[in-house]
Design a protein around this ligand. Structure first.
Ligand code: ATP
Ligand code: MG
Length: 155
């Protein structure tokens, strides 16, 4: 149930986000089920929310907000993580899911991490029969969209 995955992830990231003055707005429909490995789905979402917090905190001015959404659409379970962070330059978009790829190497090194998060995330999404896409505007924000096969919805 995606709500359970989201709750698990929120317990981990919420304290880290509020420490950085980044607020996370959660809008998750109940009763959306996907077939999969709970821990891997947590890892998938954690990577996305970790990025959203990290690259929103890194922005000097403007709002520091994140939206985390889950809903069912046709035969898919949709998960979206939207942020108001630094955004990704257009010429980097096509590389963003590659292993060890990072937009700003100097800054990224300072912030820690390996550049593996999104590569792992895409691997997990594809192993669950899903797809991942992203839209980003440099300097404004980013939205990651994960589409997984829907198992069932409980009203
Ligand atoms: P790790 O996830 O291993 O801790 P990382 O966050 O640098 O390190 P990825 O999660 O794979 O690695 O992301 C790759 C690169 O894509 C990042 O270094 C960053 O430049 C860019 N990026 C990812 N998510 C965002 C985002 N939400 N906003 C802006 N840039 C992003
Ligand atoms: Mg990351």
């Amino acid at each position: 149930e995606l709500g359970e995955v989201v709750n698990y992830v929120m317990r981990i990231v919420e304290p880290l986000a509020s420490e950085k003055n980044v607020s996370i707005n959660v809008d998750v429909d109940e009763g959306i089920f996907v077939e999969g490995d709970f821990d891997r789905l947590v890892q998938l979402l954690l990577n996305l929310v970790d990025n959203a917090v990290k690259y929103t905190f890194a922005k000097e001015h403007g709002p520091k907000e994140i939206w985390l959404r889950a809903y069912a659409q046709n035969n898919s379970a949709m998960i979206e993580v939207e942020d108001t962070g630094v955004g990704i330059p257009e010429d980097s978009l096509k590389h963003i899911f590659e292993r060890f790829y990072r937009v700003d190497k100097a800054r990224s090194r300072k912030m820690g991490g390996t550049g593996l998060g999104l590569a792992i995330t895409r691997f997990i999404v594809e192993k669950h029969g899903g797809t991942i896409s992203l839209e980003s505007e440099y300097g404004t924000g980013t939205i990651l969209k994960v589409k997984l096969p829907l198992k069932k919805v409980f009203e």
